[in-house]
Design a binder for this molecule. Structure first.
Ligand code: HEC
Length: 309
């Protein structure tokens, strides 16, 4: 019987390990539960096997009991009621183990009740002297001490009263807001993006990781158009390019990168693309789209970057 239980346990552990192994083997993104029919069938079979095993174990155990009874039947013994106790005996029995409740409330055991009676009676009703438990008194005097300290700290000492605390919190919230707004300033969108040379280096890394497959290592263009000349399909100002990268041209095979890149990353890669302007990589794709003319200073290509390249 032990052996069967052991096999059963081992089987369960194996199942568990199998499940864990399968889970870790999947890439993080596809770890959601997507079961096909074959998986469901396997799971159903495994469940069935487990249930069958359980049933077998129970059956075997009962068989064992039956066989044992057959071979060495337990002799029949007549039921004998336990002798009833006298009250005194019962009290004696109880005496040995005071329970938690009586301890907690510092109650005297019932057999000592007589010593607790206060010698006065109202209409023949006696009162017992059950003093308050020590811990309760400690709590009570504790609150007194706390009140004194509280009063001293908040009304005499330098603890802040509610109105002062409120004022302090307002000041702090104001500071937090400033910090938040300063950070939010780092967020870029098509309106706020500007040529910024400091972003180019990071942008290059992002370009290498995400864009080379379609635009070539030097922006010469492969599936996608070249990104080095002044001809653009979707406008050549920095905010146009930002928009193209952010929202994509899904119908033409250019993905929207809004979800995969942070706005900072977008600004970086866009600045990198702008830095490619005027470079002449080998086997660049023929120009596509319209020639883009700089309309305002804030627009497009950072001349500084071009002359550098
Ligand atoms: C799956 C291939 C593919 C990938 C990857 C890809 N692009 Fe594109 N991209 C295209 C195609 C195709 C177009 C042309 C869309 C059209 O014809 O309107 C395009 C267009 C563009 C344009 C507009 C060019 C113009 O002339 O207006 C820019 C800018 C651009 N991609 C930047 C990027 C950046 C940045 C990345 C990486 C974050 C990237 N692309 C990744 C395929 C891709």
């Amino acid at each position: 019987m032990k052996k069967i239980s052991l096999t059963f346990a081992i089987l369960l552990i194996n199942l568990q390990l199998f499940a864990i192994a399968k889970e870790t083997a999947l890439p993080a993104s596809s770890r959601s539960i997507e079961l096909n029919f074959a998986d469901l069938l396997v799971i159903a079979l495994l469940l069935f096997a487990v249930v069958a095993l359980l049933a077998t174990v129970v059956l075997l155990k009962s068989l064992k009991v039956m066989v044992k009874e057959r071979m060495h039947p337990t002799p029949f013994v007549k039921y004998k009621a336990p002798a009833s106790l006298e009250y005194i005996e019962w009290i004696e029995l109880k005496k040995s183990k005071p329970n938690i409740w009586t301890k907690l409330l510092s109650l005297k055991p019932i057999e000592e009740e007589e010593t607790l009676i206060i010698p006065h009676a109202y209409d023949g009703i006696h009162e017992l002297n059950n003093p308050i438990p020590r811990w309760f008194n400690v709590l009570f005097y504790g609150t007194l001490v706390f009140a004194i300290c509280y009063f001293y700290y908040y009304h005499v000492g330098d603890g802040l009263r509610q109105d002062q605390e409120y004022a302090a919190e307002i000041v702090k919230a104001d500071q937090d807001k400033r910090v938040f707004l300063a950070k939010a300033g780092e967020k870029f969108d098509e309106n706020s993006v500007k040529p910024d040379q400091t972003l180019v280096a990071n942008g290059k890394a992002i370009f290498m990781a995400n864009c080379v497959a379609c635009h070539g290592e030097h922006g010469e263009g492969l599936v996608g158009p070249n990104l080095v000349d002044e001809f653009w399909l979707h406008g050549g100002s920095i905010s146009d390019v930002f928009k193209t990268v952010k929202y994509g041209v899904p119908a033409k095979g250019m993905a929207s990168w809004e979800k995969n890149l942070s706005s900072k990353n977008l600004a970086e890669v866009v600045n990198f693309i702008m830095s490619l302007q005027g470079t002449t990589p080998a086997n660049a794709k023929a120009p596509q789209g319209e020639k883009y003319e700089v309309k305002s200073e804030k627009d497009t290509v950072n001349n500084e970057i071009i002359t550098k390249n």
